[in-house]
Ligand binder design. Structure first.
Ligand SMILES: C[S@@+](CC[C@H](N)C(=O)[O-])C[C@H]1O[C@@H](n2cnc3c(N)ncnc32)[C@H](O)[C@@H]1O
Length: 248
């Protein structure tokens, strides 16, 4: 089983850090709207939409043709329920981004909160090619990914936090500089004292490396930001956010 199939369960939702609240979601969605400035009936795809927080925020802002794709059916059910009273609710579809196969269907595809690059290099780049094919000419692709240089420079080996629901989360980090994989072991202690262990892996792609791959696939990079406050990317930025376009 691939680690994503175990990791993204109800314990992931319970143990996620508080960066996904309403205020942050509104900021991230506002960023997407301001960078693309698309008509509200543009077809848009949220790749790995999770609980659909950005899809729903876009729909609340009047965007009427939003699709959210995610692997985890249970997350999509929650998303559908949250969106059910909206006049134009997003369409939530279950699917694997590795198999996603559409031609010139969207004017914007975005993937936020490090929701991509869970596989080996070949499969990660294959997903980016699928995104390129699925975009209309002139369409936008926005990726928000953690900044591995900032992460590794902190040289943090462990971290812990307590969620609002009183789940205690302990994390241990390991980096393999040859494979480029950062492995995170997460121990979740529930309020009842149950101990759940999960592992996830992220590739340490830098901006320069991704820029090379995105441009090789055909994207035109418009800008790289370091956070959703419009700051330019630098080595100590928390995020790397690419705004790019498929040429006209
Ligand atoms: C870090 S969560 C973020 C969700 C959402 N983008 C957000 O910002 O709230 C990553 C999501 O990727 C989904 N995912 C993992 N592997 C996937 C795959 N192969 N295809 C589609 N979605 C996948 C998970 O189910 C999970 O909802």
């Amino acid at each position: 089983m691939h680690w994503t199939e175990e990791f993204f369960d109800e314990y992931y939702l319970k143990s996620s850090d508080p960066h996904t609240g309403a205020e942050q979601t509104a900021r991230e969605t506002g960023f997407i709207i301001s960078k693309t400035n698309l008509p509200k009936d543009s077809p848009v795809l949220d790749l790995a939409c999770g609980l659909g927080r950005h899809c729903i925020e876009l729909a609340k802002n009047g965007y009427s043709r939003i699709t959210g794709l995610d692997l985890t059916s249970a997350y999509l059910e929650i998303a559908r329920d949250k969106a059910k009273d909206l006049p134009d609710p997003p369409k939530f579809i279950q699917g694997n981004m590795q198999e996603f196969n559409e031609e010139q269907a969207y004017q914007l595809i975005y993937s936020l909160f490090s929701s991509i690059f869970y596989f080996d290099d070949q499969h990660n780049l294959d997903i980016v090619k699928r995104v390129y094919n699925a975009l209309m000419r002139g369409g936008f692709f926005i990726i928000d990914y953690f900044n591995p240089i900032n992460f590794l420079n902190k040289n943090k080996l462990r971290d812990w936090y307590i969620t609002d629901d009183e789940y205690l989360v302990l994390e241990k980090y390991q980096h393999n500089p040859i494979s480029g994989i950062i492995s995170i072991e997460r121990i979740i202690i529930t309020p009842e004292g149950r101990r759940i262990k999960r592992i996830y892996h992220l590739r340490d792609y830098t901006v320069a490396e991704l820029r090379y791959h995105f441009e090789s696939i055909g994207f035109e990079i418009l800008n790289v930001y370091g956070n959703f406050d419009d700051s330019k990317y630098s080595l100590d930025s928390p995020r790397q956010i690419f705004v790019m376009r498929k040429p006209e």
